[in-house]
Design a protein around this ligand. Structure first.
Ligand code: ZN
Length: 236
């Protein structure tokens, strides 16, 4: 299954709308825990806002050829999240919306040549700028779910979920640390093989449940025979 550039751009818009909607709340709600261990909802919002600024650096790189990395350092990245998480709700959600709009404007201004320009991600991967919408789509869509405000993977398009499963399976396969798993969605014509130790356990359920399971979010898929599924380790 392959995703297209246009799909990724649609998913950025959809995920941004879901995320900003879910983040539209006061301090009491946003200071509460998110789905992510150890992170409040404000941490999640700050992380996604900082991500827009960081991806903006890569858009600038693609547009001008000037090498501007996503983050100056891992420390700067962590500091940005901590600082953002301490902001009042109105200021923080203002940053979320403003940074998303700015990224969208900068992205929309790229020409065909600039889209083909290569940039280096925070993980050290060299990618053409055409990968940037997918990187952003992943962030806004998955973290909209992580806010724990009612958005679930079931609210995301099947094409996005499949593309995300492709990504996570590739990353997990490269690490080769977990159990062998075969993922068979009940509602999509797809399957994924996760190489690992032992005979593969067949894990089945709706695509959105399998995606939640693969990404380490709360999920309730079962094995083919209705039993419990193998525990997967962290993937990022
Ligand atoms: Zn993230």
């Amino acid at each position: 299954m392959t995703r297209t550039f246009e799909e990724a751009r649609d998913w950025v818009r959809l995920g941004t709308a879901l995320l900003t909607g879910a983040a539209d709340a006061g301090d009491a709600v946003l200071d509460a825990p998110s789905v992510l261990p150890g992170w409040s909802r404000k941490h999640v919002v700050a992380h996604v806002a900082a991500n827009a600024d960081a991806l903006g650096n890569l858009v600038h790189w693609a547009a001008t050829g000037e090498q501007t990395p996503m983050y100056a350092s891992a420390e700067e990245r962590a500091e940005g999240i901590a600082k953002g998480a301490a902001l009042p709700a109105a200021e923080l959600t203002g940053w979320l919306r403003g940074s998303a709009a700015e990224l969208e404007t900068a992205t929309a201004a790229l020409g065909a040549e600039q889209w083909r320009a290569e940039v280096v991600t925070a993980q050290g991967r060299t990618v053409p700028a055409t990968e940037l919408p997918w990187m952003r789509a992943r962030e806004v869509c998955v973290h909209a779910v992580d806010l724990g405000r009612g958005v679930t993977f079931a609210d995301l398009p099947a094409g996005f979920l499949s593309a995300l499963c492709d990504d996570v399976v590739a990353k997990r396969a490269a690490a080769r640390t977990g159990p062998a798993v075969r993922l068979v969605p009940t509602d999509a014509d797809a399957r994924w093989e996760l190489p690992g130790t032992g005979a593969p356990a067949e894990v089945t359920g709706p695509l959105h449940e399998l995606t939640a399971y693969l990404t380490g979010r709360p999920a309730t898929p079962t094995t083919r025979h209705g039993g419990p599924v193998p525990r997967l380790g962290p993937w990022l």
